[in-house]
Design a protein around this ligand. Sequence first.
Ligand SMILES: Nc1ncnc2c1ncn2[C@@H]1O[C@H](COP(=O)(O)OP(=O)(O)O)[C@@H](O)[C@H]1O
Ligand SMILES: [Mg+2]
Length: 289
Amino acid sequence: MPPFIFTNILSLIDIKNLIVDFEVADADGVALSKKRVLNDITLSIDDGEFVSILGKNGSGKSTLAKCLNALILPTSGDVEILGLNTKDEKNLMSIRQNVGMTFQNPDNQIVSSIVEEDIAFGLENLGIETEEMKARIDTAMRSIGILDLRNSMVSKLSGGQKQKVSIAGILAMKPKIIVLDEPTSMIDKSSRVDLLNTVKYLNEHENITVILISHYVEEIMYGKRTIVLNDGRIIADDIPSEILLRKDILDFAGIDMPYIPKLATELKNLGKKLKGNETKVESLCQYLK
Ligand SMILES: Nc1ncnc2c1ncn2[C@@H]1O[C@H](COP(=O)(O)OP(=O)(O)O)[C@@H](O)[C@H]1O
Ligand SMILES: [Mg+2]
């Protein structure tokens, strides 16, 4: 496989005028009609970014994620990863190796009964030698904090642990980019925080570009940039703290404003001298003394 050449590549991910239409069967199940699922998405993501994608169910988040590793190809427009167009079949292997993706339900991507074998699976497919494979599995398990689960039965693990196993399997392939499609949808609050902190660490210390798809508004604070999708279009692209204050955008995306910004906005409306852009308890408390 040819090595990647990073020079002259401006963005890690470059999406231009992406349109995705699906053919859907009508109620009678006979006639097919066209449904536009992604509608003119233009977006660049740089090396090392941590971007969250927010939007209600059906807004096109998973479809966008699948466009990043060529599981879905554009109806029109282009998706380029490290300068490689997803439409070009000869780029497929390089793109898949560099865009590691976990799906909404971890059970869908578990392939072996034992944790270590499951993590090894992707590497075997890449034809990595045994010694290198062992080293990569160790590193991936250590960085995601699951070394102690090496010989565990996958079926005995909790939802959060299974998500970690799938992420470790992806990290072992050493991708530049990880795309996590609602990784916390099946896990409890404390495992959620733990998993997202691990992902944040990987972004900051291993320079892995992270795309986190979520429908929990509080999770966007882990990233540095948030994109909001609605009906297949980007309706906002800003820093998380700005998004959290945009009631109009959150309403549009069918998402409740989190409690602290909501309280800050309401106190300001009542005449309290707040900036009205407080997103953390501490920043709000100083006005309430
Ligand atoms: N393979 C498919 N065929 C037809 N329609 C699809 C397919 N996959 C998704 N859709 C539709 O596309 C829209 C966007 O879906 P999706 O990308 O899964 O949204 P999200 O992840 O934001 O919930 C939905 O209306 C969904 O029903
Ligand atoms: Mg989805």
